[in-house]
Write a protein that binds this ligand. Structure first.
Ligand code: MV4
Length: 506
């Protein structure tokens, strides 16, 4: 496989810029594509060259395979990096690139096929000896059969769309009484989202954690994992905060899950960067959920604690090079990422597009802002409203939380509404600071997280929870560098703070 000299980035926003940054460092020329809505976008200015691909709706521009391929040919690009979303997990696009003699920087189409459909992925994983959530590996034909199966494995159960993941076409069912309506709505939602109304059943797991393992494979049969990311802070299946290491993993569980993730990747002859998602239950059993066959939004936290550039690794693997490491690196320190959205938490997180009239971006030691915006830029209303990913590194988790708070306190965005205050409330929440938040956390604490408006209160919440966490760690006799145990005289203060927080929640 020859060296890549020119990459077309088939994406927009922060991820297009992220990919181009590494290309520039590797001496690779970059080509942007842009829609009518992105003429003035930052990714266009960042690239060496930019090609127009159509009207604002992504269906008519970023998602039109032939337009992207024509742009690559016109520019003389020898490879395409798809970023995330858009065409990144589209097996037919991978085949079209192959047919056109253009390197697709990502896994082979066959690996995407093996993981795309959830029931097929589950069957493949069971065959490979990877634990999956108990349930069926085939779609269920009739409601009667589904009821029968649910009674066999016991309620509550989860009906899930076979066609794809992400929480669409998913229904929790408590018992036979609400089976019919759940069955019907799961099927119609599945049809709507994936053009396929097939539904299967899983045992419902209570309060699971979402923990995912980053994997990497080269074309020489080497497959490694790069540790985990804790992604349980989600609202409506949208990740809001990610961190690594996961506060709930022990080194033993990390290496067990890592080995299983490697096994999953090997079973589908994976190549490149991938992520194996797991649900971890209250007993710390873990189950395969799905595999994302792309570079993920939250990859920076992995880069922080491993010191690796995942985009550079993707490019080297695509050039046929061997992985530069054959074992999981020990995670160094702690990293947290928060997603800054142009949305209004007070209005049910409605997108808030518009012109950014003033912008101050955080900086300082161990702070990274991956952004696609600039002062004077108008955030369009046709795309995802994420405007930046703020990620930080620190030696310990508590220091990383404090650093993320400090960085967020520097962030100023005027002209549009953002979720920055909401992010600060999450980081200040005792449950987050304690580090045992599950996938229900943001939903349960919705009101509390909205309520923390007063900057003094949020500061108090942070202090309270940090002191609480220090005491907890002291009790467990763990050594956390930099986390000194609080003296017993702090106890009264902590309970006063917790009282204040609780009354605020009511
Ligand atoms: C589950 C579950 C509980 N039990 N499956 C949601 C998104 C989709 N990828 C899988 N999801 C879930 N599947 C069983 N059998 C709970 C969730 C879930 C969830 C998972 C990951 C992250 C956030 C979540 C929020 C709510 C529910």
């Amino acid at each position: 496989m020859p060296k890549i000299r020119k990459v077309l980035v088939a994406n927009r926003g922060e991820i297009a810029i992220r990919v181009m940054r590494t290309c520039k460092e590797l001496g690779i020329a970059t080509v942007a594509v842009y829609s009518e809505a992105d003429r003035a976008a930052l990714h266009v200015r960042t690239a060496d060259q930019a090609i127009f691909v159509g009207p604002p709706p992504s269906r008519e521009s970023y998602l039109v395979q032939q337009r992207i391929l024509d742009a690559a040919k016109a520019a003389g690009a020898d490879a395409i990096h798809p970023g995330y979303g858009f065409l990144s997990e589209n097996a037919s696009f991978v085949r079209a690139c192959e047919a056109a003699g253009i390197t697709f920087i990502g896994p082979p189409a066959s690996a995407m096929d093996a993981m795309g459909e959830k029931t097929r992925a589950r069957a493949n994983m069971i065959k490979a000896g990877v634990p999956v959530v108990p349930g069926t590996t085939e779609p269920i034909a009739t409601e009667a059969e589904a009821r029968e199966y649910a009674q066999k494995i016991g309620f509550p159960v989860m009906l899930k769309a076979a066609g794809g993941g992400g929480g669409k076409g998913m229904r929790r069912v408590e018992g036979l009484g609400d089976f019919e309506s759940a069955w019907r709505s799961a099927k119609s939602e599945a049809l709507n989202a994936f053009g396929n109304d097939a539904v299967y059943i899983e045992k419902y797991l209570e309060k699971p954690h979402h923990v995912e393992i980053q994997v990497f494979a080269d074309t020489h049969g080497n497959v490694i994992h790069l540790n985990e990311r804790e992604c349980s802070a989600q609202r409506r299946h949208q990740k809001v905060v990610e961190e690594t290491p996961s506060p709930i993993l022990t080194p033993e569980l990390r290496s067990k899950m890592g080995e299983v993730a490697v096994k999953a990747a090997k079973a589908v002859n994976y190549v490149g960067a991938g992520t194996v998602e797991f649900l971890v239950d209250v007993h710390r059993n873990f189950y395969f959920l799905e595999m994302n066959t792309r570079l993920q939004v939250e990859h920076p936290v992995t880069e922080w604690v491993t010191g690796l550039d995942l985009v550079a690794l993707q490019i080297k693997v695509a050039e046929g090079e061997k992985l530069p490491l054959l074992q999981a690196p020990e995670p160094q320190g702690h990293s947290i990422e928060v997603r800054v959205y142009a949305e209004d938490p007070a209005r049910n997180f409605m997108p808030s597009p518009g012109k950014i009239t003033y912008l101050r971006v955080p900086g300082g030691p161990n702070v990274r802002d991956d952004s696609g915006v600039f002062p004077g830029y108008t955030v369009p209303n046709v795309y995802d409203p994420m405007i930046s990913k703020l990620s930080v590194w620190a030696p310990t988790r508590l220091e990383a939380i404090a650093r993320a708070q400090r960085a967020l306190s520097e962030y100023v965005v005027k002209g549009i509404t953002t979720n920055i205050r909401y992010l600060r409330a999450i980081l200040a929440h005792p449950e987050f600071v304690e580090g045992d938040y599950d996938t229900g956390f943001l939903g349960r604490e919705h009101t509390t997280l909205q309520g923390v408006e007063d900057p003094k209160l949020s500061e108090m919440a942070l202090l309270a929870s940090v002191v609480y966490a220090h005491q907890r760690d002291a009790k467990r006799a763990k050594t956390l560098p930099g986390a000194k145990a609080a003296s017993s005289s702090d106890t009264g203060q902590v309970s006063a703070w917790r009282q204040a927080l609780r009354s605020r929640r009511r």
